[in-house]
Design a binder for this molecule. Structure first.
Ligand code: ADP
Ligand code: ZN
Ligand code: ZN
Length: 756
């Protein structure tokens, strides 16, 4: 019986799944698997092409003698790609996408960007042979040949630029020497280097110039404390264990998790394996990456969203060919094609940026778990505020939990007070700053210490509304409120729409219209007015737009060039400023109003992380949380830095309502420019899914408008399916996918799935 393989060829062009069938030759019958990368003859002249095996069957679509044979199975370096192909196929099935979409996400594929190459001329003779030849050339007065050979006897490999440049060797001379077997030309792959890496390299050279042994001393790292060492030892002891090995490090901010990551990566490298470290893009700063660079030097590379396609591809290529062993980057770094992956570490595991918003809408944490399982690697998640999912998995025994409750430097956790802003108003204080926060900032200024003011803008801050009729000015294209900027412009943060601020209410004509909730700009102004002479820095989407705006503000604040840093959630992320002894959290409860079942979790995480910024140095830290909702458990638990208690209460809510991680949830997102068509299609889709759901006893919610029901004039609706078993949701998804594909009524509607 013959076997046939459905193969996708070349994923860089089409987005559609077009497969071609090939015969599986006898030599591959036993070994070939879906996900394998193979070489096949293709097109006119049967040119060799790379193909991805999707399916192996016993049936051919046409007479078998018309099919061509697979030429060979790619192994070795390309083997890494086979493993990633298998991962892509899992993503396709689990998250829902076409095969090509999944392959394009998980496989680094070359786009049009040409390879950058450098040519070198290399000597092929031994010294003695070379000397003999040199004498011959000189005797025959062949000066150009003699000149090159002499140079090569000094330095057996020379860049082409030098050969044709300062040595003035012409192409015919070079060719003649090549034909005589004296030299050969080599092309060397030159990788484009991301700017951050260049910056790190420069730093190292500076140090090396000053003190040659400096680099050496730093590679040693810190001496781990007992808690840290226990984690490293436990992971190392289980290194050989087959199957998935997953760990969660729940360690308070500053507990020394990064130091543990360094050791774990070193352990993987010592075994001849490679490591991937995922960190949120926003934390991918010089300050954070330098610690890894000092330890591993040019064995690391980084990825981030500002890299060009070519730079990106080059970094993956370096990983594939063994040029580097450690990749640091945001979620897409998960797909680094290392040949022998030992460990995946995900720092700040609770971050929302680990979920992709483009199809396939994968979750890097789940996908990392799958990759670790497929490749026998370890997976380590770390956070001061683990996601409910991660903690739940630990509770269920799917991963091992480590807790670090103390700061590594011995510093105490900050003391937190909550201020009820309703009381402030009642006492006649209409300012954004409570009296106690005002007083504490003044103290810090006196002592020459620094303060961070964090404005929780998750939620609608900065909106303009009418005090007479309550009308809120919204974007004409998106259902979100416009934000007021200092130059009297109203700006939409979703689509960029702008209009001048109205003087009168467009609805009732009242002149009492204006911004109520403060934005970062107003806080900056207010602070400047309240504390004469104070030096304020502001960090938000507006001030960090430029290439290095973000890094520059952090640098300046770290260098003590300001007393006060005002910012949005950007300032919350893992920056370590020892002179900050006070953190003020304004509008702590705004994010509780998000229309998302994760609102309380987000709020707890933001507040806990923000509080963790205080007192990172020797002086103790203080945190003031200002809120209109001081009794909410998310705020109370954050004030006590009590993760366990928050987890218990939040899980209760998730269990009662069947939300993840207590149960599985599948979202169907539909969008269309035509509101009517969208509503009709969503209605039909919901009816179909409800019929399906009955069979599986799944619950269906919706269809309803999305939280943001329109973006850039595209309307958006969603439908949610809940079921305790993920497998049931996969079945619902698969059948719904088929239904959508067969039904022409959905042709104008964009529909994609998301696993919650
Ligand atoms: P996290 O990643 O958990 O926030 P870090 O690894 O950044 O923590 O450590 C916080 C601080 O504690 C850093 O300044 C680090 O140098 C220091 N530190 C970490 N481990 C140790 C240790 N074993 N001994 C002394 N200091 C440590
Ligand atoms: Zn009005
Ligand atoms: Zn808009």
């Amino acid at each position: 019986m013959e076997l046939f393989a459905d193969i996708i060829i070349d994923i860089s062009h089409s987005r559609l799944d077009q497969t071609f069938q090939y015969r599986v030759p006898p030599k591959l019958r036993e070994t070939l698997e879906p996900g394998n990368v193979v070489e096949v003859p293709f097109g006119r002249g049967d040119r060799p092409r790379k193909g991805y095996v999707l399916r192996i069957t016993e049936h051919s679509a046409c007479p078998p003698e018309k099919l061509k044979d697979i030429r060979r199975l790619e192994t070795g370096l390309v083997g890494a790609e086979s493993k990633l192909t298998a991962l892509a196929l899992w993503m396709r099935d689990y998250y829902g996408s076409t095969t090509v979409q999944a392959l394009r996400t998980a496989l680094p594929f070359r786009q049009k960007a040409p390879q950058k190459q450098k040519k070198r001329v290399v000597l092929c003779l031994s010294r003695e042979e070379g000397q003999a030849r040199l004498a011959q050339f000189r005797a025959k007065n062949q000066t150009a040949r003699a000149r090159l050979l002499e140079a090569l006897l000094d330095e057996p490999s020379l860049p082409q630029e030098i050969v044709s440049g300062s040595l003035k060797i012409t192409a015919p001379v070079l060719r003649a020497l090549e034909e005589q077997g004296i030299v050969r030309q080599e092309t060397e792959q030159v990788y484009r280097t991301p700017a951050l890496l260049r910056q790190l390299e420069t730093e190292r050279e500076d140090r090396a110039g000053r003190r040659p042994e400096a680099g050496h001393q730093e590679s040693g790292g810190l001496r781990l404390n007992a808690e840290q060492q226990y984690i490293v030892d436990t992971v190392a002891a289980e290194w050989q264990r087959p199957g998935a090995r997953c760990y969660l490090i729940h360690g308070v901010t500053g507990s020394g998790k990064t130091a543990v990551y360094l050791e774990l990566i070193a352990a993987a490298l010592a075994r001849g394996q490679q490591a991937i470290l995922l960190i949120p893009e926003i934390s991918l700063t010089y300050q954070n990456v330098i610690r890894f660079y000092r330890r591993f030097g040019d064995r690391i590379s980084i990825l981030h969203s500002r890299l060009s396609q070519a730079e990106r591809y080059d970094q993956f290529e370096r990983a594939r060919t063994g040029d580097i062993d450690v990749m640091i980057g945001p979620r897409s770094a998960l797909f680094t094609p290392f040949p022998n992956l030992g460990i995946i570490i995900i720092d700040e595991e609770h971050e929302t940026s680990y979920r992709s918003e483009t199809v396939p809408c994968y979750d890097a944490r789940e996908t990392a778990r799958k990759r670790a399982e497929l490749e026998g690697a370890a997976l380590v998640l770390g956070s001061a505020t683990p996601s409910l999912e991660a903690y739940y998995e630990a509770e269920q025994g799917k991963s091992r939990l480590f807790e670090i409750r103390r700061r590594a430097t011995g510093g105490v956790l900050p003391s937190v007070t909550t201020v009820d802003m309703r009381g402030e108003l009642a006492a006649g204080n209409r300012s954004i700053l409570s009296r106690s926060l005002h007083e504490k900032i003044a103290q810090r200024l006196e002592r020459g210490q620094q303060t961070m003011l964090f404005l929780n803008r998750r939620g609608y801050a900065g909106f303009v509304s009418c005090r007479s009729c309550g009308h809120v000015i919204k974007c004409p294209h998106c259902d979100v409120s416009l934000s007021l900027h200092r130059d009297a412009r109203l700006v939409c943060h979703y689509c960029g729409y702008e209009e001048p601020a109205a003087r009168k209410c467009p609805s009732c004509g009242s002149p009492y219209i204006g911004g109520f909730k403060a934005g970062t700009q107003q806080i900056e102004e207010l602070a400047a007015a309240a504390f004469p002479g104070v030096r304020v820095l502001r960090m938000d989407a507006d001030t960090t737009r430029g290439q290095d705006g973000h890094a520059e503000i952090l640098r300046a604040f770290g260098a003590g060039e300001a007393d006060l840093l005002v910012g949005t959630q950007m300032i919350v992320k893992g920056h370590d400023f020892p002179r900050v002894t006070l953190v003020g959290i304004l509008a702590a409860d705004l994010s509780l109003n998000l229309s998302d079942y994760r609102a309380a979790e987000r709020t707890f995480q933001l507040l806990t992380q923000a509080a963790g910024r205080a007192g990172r140095g020797d002086a103790a830290g203080e945190v003031v949380i200002q809120t209109y909702d001081p009794d909410h458990y998310a705020i109370r638990c954050a004030a006590r830095q009590d993760y366990a208690s928050f987890y218990r209460q939040e899980m209760e809510y998730r269990r009662l309502s069947g939300y993840p991680p207590a149960g599985g949830m599948l979202a169907l997102h539909c969008s269309c420019e035509d509101r009517e068509k969208l509503a009709v299609a969503a209605h039909y889709l919901a009816a179909f899914v409800r019929r399906l759901a009955q069979r599986y006893e799944a619950a269906v919610i919706g269809p309803a408008d999305e939280a943001v029901a329109r973006i850039s004039d595209v309307y958006r609706m969603a439908l949610y399916v809940k079921h305790p078993q993920p497998r049931a949701l996969t079945a619902v998804k698969n059948m719904t996918e088929q239904y959508i594909e067969m039904n022409s009524g959905f042709r104008e509607i964009r529909i994609h799935f998301e696993r919650k």
